[in-house]
Design a protein around this ligand. Structure first.
Ligand SMILES: [Zn+2]
Ligand SMILES: [Zn+2]
Length: 149
C-alpha cells in the first residue's frame, strides 16, 4: 500500500520502533544514532550524515568556499578600528598591535611602562661605557710610558 503512512505517522512510527541505528546518506554506512550529527527537527534527533562524513563535508565546503566564508566573516565583524603606534601615533598596518615596531618607539614604550627597569638598564650601559673609556685611557697611558723619551 503505497503512501499509506503519512509524514507525521511515519515519524511516530520511528519513535515506536525505538530506532537506534541509521543509514548515512553520504557513505551509506549503518551506524548508531550517537554517531550522527544532531538535528532537532528530525524525530530521531540524528542528522542526515554521520559525524565522520559531516566533518569531511564541512572541510570540503570550506575548501571550496574559503574566500567567500572569510569575506562574510570580515563583513560581519565590520570595519576594524584604526590602530596607531602608542608612541609616535603612526597608523599601524598588518599584524602590528602596539607600536610601529621601530627600535625608537619600542624603547620609548619600555621606558614609559617600566621606568625602573629602564633606569637600571641605562645605568648599566653608562657604567659599561665608563669602564671601556677607562681601559682605553690606561692602554694609552702605558703606551705613552713605553715610548722612549
Ligand atoms: Zn557517513
Ligand atoms: Zn612608532
Amino acid at each position: 500500500m503505497r503512501g499509506s503512512l503519512r509524514r507525521g505517522e511515519r515519524r511516530r512510527a520511528a519513535i515506536f520502533l525505538n530506532l537506534t541505528e541509521k543509514r548515512c546518506f553520504q557513505c551509506g554506512g549503518v551506524k548508531p544514532l550517537e554517531e550522527f550529527t544532531h538535528d532537532k527537527r528530525k524525530i530521531s534527533g540524528a542528522g542526515t550524515y554521520c559525524s565522520d562524513c559531516d566533518r569531511e563535508r564541512s572541510k570540503a565546503y570550506y575548501r571550496a568556499n574559503r574566500e567567500r566564508i572569510l569575506e562574510r566573516a570580515a563583513a560581519k565583524r565590520g570595519p576594524q578600528p584604526e590602530r596607531h603606534c602608542s608612541e609616535c601615533g603612526v597608523e599601524l598596518e598588518g599584524r602590528k598591535r602596539v607600536t610601529c615596531g621601530t627600535s625608537k618607539c619600542r624603547e620609548q614604550r619600555f621606558r614609559r611602562l617600566h621606568p625602573a627597569e629602564y633606569a637600571e638598564r641605562e645605568r648599566r650601559k653608562t657604567e659599561r661605557r665608563r669602564e671601556t673609556r677607562r681601559l682605553a685611557r690606561e692602554r694609552a697611558d702605558t703606551s705613552l710610558a713605553a715610548r722612549p723619551r
